[in-house]
Design a binder for this molecule. Structure first.
Ligand SMILES: Cc1cc2nc3c(=O)[nH]c(=O)nc-3n(C[C@H](O)[C@H](O)[C@H](O)COP(=O)(O)O)c2cc1C
Length: 444
């Protein structure tokens, strides 16, 4: 990494006070501060396609900032005006859908397809719809496998068969009825597949094949930690998995989802291809960065071509594997630039998960600087995630332009109504907060 250190940036943000708020540069419109990255790259928002332009109109309606930042990349704005509302609660257009706010539920596996058929259950209805009722602007369904052997565990959700579509519909409708945008993360687990979970046993290890496990595949035959060694994929098999992503995306749209997120993070198949430490291939899918990102770009192209222009396309990345000689921020920025050209609307910025035994300096906001850098240097909207737990902390990230939205993961597992609490903490009127009408009498 060049230009900043995670530790330096995060230490200043771990607080929940009321200090002056900096500006929100709008990556989509170029409004707000002139960033160092924009100046040095000579890049602009021009080139965004028509669908992205739709998003601009809503995104640019975000409240103006109070004051220019005294530090960081956004110090040059002279046009900042007083904020009228917390940035966190400003809507944002995602092609055909509009998220009512920038508090999103990230994908989180629940391993609760108990029949091992990939189909969601009443648990999933309760889980996702309650978070939508709690005010989240976007609710992303957990990693959902595009093939049976692309599951992380036998109890993962799946969309590898038309027969699975129906089980999603009522849940997606429930999420939308409660006012949230419905997103789904599509995944192939690669060498991290066929592992156990609370429902199957074998947690933290491979499920034996005679107990419901399966042989795993990867770019190269390198095992993850104590997991069973994967088999190297042939080029034909790679093409087949690209097609499986496309078909699963079509099924997801058929089930009613507004947003498709491709999982290219955390050491699952697509991120295994990206990382030179897990991809040692010598064909057109290995070696140079262009080759290592080839499968991801093919997936993006296949999905983008198969779904309507109104469907937004996200990609989740690990911005670093936290290991020397591996995947890092600069490669992520290069990849994000390419993904944007290929029709990706937003990059969901996480880190890690690719290599075993790596020390991750996790603390509040520790992944936010990655989001900020990708947003500025690839000029693509981003989300930030990771130990964002406090309303003012979350609001500050959006207000500063470090991300277009924040995701609240574990904190939302213990508090499905986190956005309603945040609305109160940030001083929104009840009428402006995302209450269900039935619950207004219980407002803070
Ligand atoms: C129970 C659990 C399941 C998760 N499953 C997924 C997943 O399916 N896909 C994914 O990309 N990340 C997954 N994650 C990571 C989260 O999306 C998020 O990035 C992480 O929890 C950090 O955010 P937090 O500190 O707000 O929890 C999972 C995290 C948890 C706690």
């Amino acid at each position: 990494m060049r230009g900043f250190t995670v530790a330096d940036k995060t230490s200043a943000y771990d607080r929940d006070d009321d200090e002056d708020d900096p500006v929100i540069p709008n990556v989509l419109t170029g409004q707000g501060a002139t960033s160092a990255a924009q100046a040095s790259d000579g890049a602009s928002a021009a080139g965004a396609d028509d669908d992205t332009a739709d998003a601009e109109s809503v995104a640019s309606a975000a409240p103006s900032p109070k004051k220019p930042s005294r530090k960081g990349l956004f110090k040059s704005s002279k046009n900042a005006t007083k904020a009228e509302a917390p940035a966190l609660f400003s809507p944002i257009a995602l092609r055909g859908a509009t998220a009512r706010n920038r508090i999103w539920l990230p994908p989180m596996d629940t391993y609760s397809a108990f029949a091992r058929d990939g189909k969601p259950t009443p648990f999933h209805y309760q889980h996702y719809v309650s978070r939508a009722m709690g005010g989240f602007g976007l609710v992303c369904f957990e990693a959902t496998a595009v093939t049976p052997d692309g599951r992380i565990s036998p109890c993962d959700l799946g969309l590898w068969d038309d027969d699975q579509i129906e089980a999603y519909r009522w849940i997606v409708q429930g999420v939308k009825d409660a006012g949230a945008v419905a997103a789904i993360q599509l995944n192939h687990a690669g060498r991290k597949g066929s592992t156990g979970c609370f429902a199957t046993g074998f947690e933290g290890e491979s499920v034996p094949q005679d107990q419901g496990g399966w042989p795993t595949v990867a770019p190269s035959p390198i095992a993850f930690d104590n997991f069973a060694a994967p088999r190297e994929l042939t080029v034909d098999e790679i093409h087949g998995i690209v097609g499986a992503f496309r078909a699963a995306a079509v099924r997801a749209v058929n089930a009613g989802f507004d947003v498709i997120e491709i999982h290219a993070a955390h050491g699952y198949l697509l991120s295994e291809f990206l990382d030179p430490l897990t991809n040692t291939r010598t064909d057109e899918y290995g070696g140079s960065l262009e080759n290592r990102m080839r499968m991801l770009v093919e997936v993006v192209d296949a999905v983008r071509a198969a779904v309507a222009p109104s469907v937004a396309l996200f990609v989740r990345v690990s911005a670093t594997d936290w290991a020397a000689g591996g995947w890092d921020l600069n490669q992520t920025i290069e990849t994000a630039r390419v993904l944007k050209v290929h029709g990706v609307d937003l990059v969901d910025v996480s880190t890690g998960g690719i290599l075993p035994g790596v020390a991750i300096p996790a603390k509040p906001n520790y992944q936010v600087p990655f989001s900020e850098q990708i947003r500025l240097k690839a000029l693509v909207p981003t989300t930030a995630v990771g130990l964002i737990t406090k309303p003012k902390q979350a609001d500050r990230i959006v207000r500063r332009g470090e991300a277009d939205a924040v995701q609240i993961g574990r904190a939302a597992l213990r508090d499905p109504y986190w956005p309603l609490r945040a609305a109160d903490k940030l001083g929104l009127k009840t009428s402006e907060a995302p209450y269900q009408p039935q619950y207004i009498r219980g407002a803070y």
